[in-house]
Write a protein that binds this ligand. Structure first.
Ligand code: IMP
Length: 192
C-alpha cells in the first residue's frame, strides 16, 4: 500500500481485521487509513450511531486529527435483535458457540450485521449506516475474519464470512458498504 494519499483518516480501533477491511475500500478513494489503537470512549447505548458519534467527537476534541470510528453489531431476528449493540460483550462471554447454543432447535435463522461509520473531518461530521442481511449457520465454518464471521452467511452465498478473504467479504459486508458511502460523501464535501 502506498503511504502518501490525498486524504488521511485515523481509524480508532484495536481490531486489525477491521483495519484490513477498511483499507481495502479506502485504496479506491485515495484515502490513507492509519490505525489509532489508543482506547476509545465507549458509551452504552442502544443505537450504534450514538456509540460511534461520541467516540469520534471525543477523539477529535482531544487530538484534532481527522478520525474514523466504526461500530457494528449482529442482530438475530429470532432472538429479538440480540446481541445487537451488545455484540462485543456477547462475543467475549458466550462467543459464537454460545449463540449457536441459544439458537438450537430454532429454524428461523434470519440475521443481519449493521455498521455505523462516523468520520470527523473538520468542518464536517459524516454518519453512514449500512446492513448486510443473511442467516446464522447451523455450525461454525471457516478460519478467516473475526468475531461472528464463522456463523454468518450473507444472502446469495453458501459460504460464511470466515470462508472468504477480505475482498470477497467486502463485496457483501455492512462495514464495506457503510465506509464506501462515507468516503463518497467525504470526497464530495471536500472537493467543493
Ligand atoms: P464492535 O463494537 O464494532 O467492535 O463490534 C462488536 C462485536 O460485533 C465484535 O466484537 C464482533 O464480535 C462483532 N462483529 C462486528 N462486526 C463484525 C464482522 O464484520 N464480522 C463478525 N463479527 C463482527
Amino acid at each position: 500500500m502506498k503511504d502518501t494519499c490525498k486524504y488521511t483518516l485515523y481509524f480508532l480501533t484495536g481490531n486489525k481485521h477491521k483495519v484490513l477491511e477498511v483499507k481495502e475500500v479506502a485504496r479506491k478513494y485515495d484515502i490513507c487509513i492509519v490505525q489509532e489503537s489508543i482506547g476509545k470512549l465507549e458509551i452504552q447505548a442502544k443505537d450504534l450511531a450514538e456509540i460511534a458519534w461520541y467516540a469520534a467527537v471525543n477523539y477529535y476534541l482531544h487530538y484534532r486529527k481527522p478520525v474514523l470510528v466504526e461500530d457494528a453489531g449482529l442482530f438475530i431476528k429470532s432472538l429479538n435483535g440480540f446481541p445487537g449493540p451488545y455484540s462485543s460483550y456477547a462475543f467475549k462471554t458466550i462467543g459464537f458457540n454460545g449463540i449457536l447454543r441459544l439458537m438450537k432447535g430454532i429454524d428461523d435463522r434470519e440475521a443481519y450485521f449493521e455498521s455505523v461509520v462516523v468520520i470527523v473531518y473538520e468542518p464536517y461530521i459524516i454518519i453512514e449506516r449500512a446492513r448486510v442481511y443473511g442467516e446464522i449457520s447451523r455450525a461454525p465454518r471457516g478460519k478467516k475474519g473475526f468475531g461472528f464471521d464463522p456463523i454468518f452467511i450473507p444472502q446469495g452465498e453458501k459460504r460464511t464470512f470466515a470462508e472468504m478473504d477480505v475482498a470477497e467479504k467486502n463485496m457483501y459486508s455492512h462495514r464495506a458498504k457503510a465506509v464506501s458511502r462515507a468516503f463518497e460523501k467525504l470526497l464530495t464535501l471536500v472537493k467543493v
